[in-house]
Design a protein around this ligand. Structure first.
Ligand code: ADP
Length: 190
């Protein structure tokens, strides 16, 4: 079981991923978390990406693919993965297929978290106030939503063509969303 969590910034991918981990025991890989760990550690990669993330731009495919590949290929004994924040463009979607093929796996289901834009912005501003994440401010949020619309949205068609696309409505509560997520995963694993 390999799940791609898809959706705009603030659409609840991380929150739902945590619930999926508890229920289905999968390995959660958040590319945003991997990058923030590099920044915190003060690594070369961290120094390269810090400014880009603060501006709401995407990090280069080379960097992010290398981090993701390493994480997937060094994780042993797992029932599967939850990819959160990856793929963010079609080239990354193609690489993910290749990486999974290398370990005899494939994407089982892509969960598209749909949230109204007004709600996305409210949630991100609130998160910025609570967590102090450098990219949760109004200007960067606008850039991230533009990148999502222009670069990331085509990834949806990529998975629709593969027949593993599922839409989830996350305008309601966390619990209402997870009920749909659970049903979609159970359905996909039949
Ligand atoms: P959100 O989904 O709320 O934007 P993330 O934590 O997933 O938050 O990502 C934060 C930032 O990290 C992105 O705006 C981008 O700069 C960078 N990033 C994360 N994943 C990728 C990726 N797959 N490709 C390129 N950049 C990425």
């Amino acid at each position: 079981m390999n799940i791609v969590m898809f959706g705009a910034p603030g659409s609840g991918k991380g929150t739902q991923s945590d619930l999926i981990v508890d229920r289905f025991r999968l390995t959660h890989i958040s590319t945003g978390d991997l990058l923030r760990a590099e920044i915190k550690a003060g690594s070369e990669i961290g120094k390269k990406v810090e400014g880009l993330i603060a501006e709401g731009k995407l990090v280069s495919d080379d960097i992010i693919v290398a981090l993701l590949r390493k994480k997937v290929e060094t994780t042993k004994d797992t029932a599967g993965f939850i990819f959160d924040g990856f793929p963010r463009n079609v080239a990354q979607a193609e690489v993910l297929d290749e990486i999974l093929k290398g370990i005899g796996e494939r994407v089982t289901v892509m969960l598209d978290m749909e949230v109204e834009e007004k709600t996305l912005i409210e949630r991100l501003i609130l998160r910025g106030q609570q967590s102090g994440r450098a990219d949760d401010n109004m200007e960067t949020i606008k850039n991230r939503l533009d990148v999502y619309r222009n670069v990331t949205l085509p990834v949806m068609d990529y998975y629709k063509k593969q027949g593993c696309y599922r839409q989830i409505n996350n305008n309601g509560t966390v619990e209402q969303c997870f009920a749909q997520v659970e049903a979609a995963i159970e359905d996909a694993s039949k």
